[in-house]
Design a binder for this molecule. Structure first.
Ligand SMILES: Cc1ncc(COP(=O)(O)O)c(C=O)c1O
Length: 251
């Protein structure tokens, strides 16, 4: 709800961890209508898959720790917008003092050179993995905007250039999700995401562990939900790892 003191509309799409999609253009238009600043966390899409400023958004931010860095070895951020906004943000950045070291800046610049190539492979691998998991008898549900049955597939198709490398899936409730995660060999557990290597995270015991089971249920985060950051490895290697883990937890 827009209140009298509302200054900013801030969205995240695709969202973490359930990959919900918000209509970016509609939000940008709404913000303009009410004289508000529109902001987006564009991390999951990356600037290759989604260019929010073209859709009317004022400020786009990225955790550059993720796709921009891409190798799970830096902590950084990026922000894009008009010169007027950038001047204010840059000045605040200097005053707050959270600046990158020269080595991190070097790694980030180096990584960005391969961003488009990496994201292309992340997109292709994730689409194949989403379709494979969706058809799997041990999987209850897959959340990926590239799937035709995703509730906002059409909007995603219109506003994104690719569907990205992030997805979530729910194991069948009779399976032990923790045992499944432990049984994976190549796919490693990780709080972070979007590196070249495939990683996995169980929101109910990590990012959303501080919520009560009722609160988690309310926002759709079950104990069988796994967030999957699909890497750029050979597709068969990723599928084989998942298959061998399923073999170990199958009842
Ligand atoms: C969508 C999204 N935005 C922002 C962040 C924060 O990023 P950082 O760890 O670089 O501060 C994360 C990661 O934790 C994220 O997943």
């Amino acid at each position: 709800k827009i209140k009298e003191n509302t200054k900013v509309i801030y969205i995240e799409t695709p969202s973490n961890p359930l990959l919900t999609i918000t209509d970016v253009k509609a939000v940008a238009e709404l913000a303009k209508k009410y004289g508000l600043v529109s902001m987006i966390d564009n991390t999951f899409a990356s600037p290759i898959n989604q260019t929010p400023l073209d859709l009317g958004i004022d400020i786009s931010i990225h955790s550059a720790t993720k796709y921009l860095g891409g190798h799970s070895d830096i902590l950084a951020g990026a922000v894009a917008g008009s010169q007027e906004h950038m001047d204010r943000i840059f000045q605040k950045g200097i005053n707050f003092g959270g600046n990158l070291s020269d080595f991190m800046a070097y790694l980030l610049e180096r990584s960005i050179k391969t961003l488009a190539l990496r994201v292309e492979k992340h997109n292709a691998n994730a689409q194949v993995l989403a379709e494979y998991l969706q058809d799997h008898t041990l999987i209850k549900k897959v959340y990926y905007p590239g799937l035709k049955n995703h509730p906002n597939h059409q909007i995603a198709k219109e506003q994104m250039h690719g569907f990205g490398g992030m997805m979530s899936f729910e194991l069948r409730p009779d399976l032990d999700a923790i045992a499944f995660q432990k049984a994976l060999k190549m796919i490693k557990p990780s709080m972070s995401l979007a590196g070249v290597e495939s990683t996995i995270l169980m929101p109910s015991v990590t990012s959303h562990a501080l919520l009560s089971p009722e609160e988690r249920a309310e926002i759709g985060i079950s104990d069988h939900l796994l967030r999957f950051s699909v890497g750029i490895e050979n597709q068969e290697d990723i599928i084989n790892d998942i298959e061998q883990a399923f073999e170990k937890v199958k009842v």
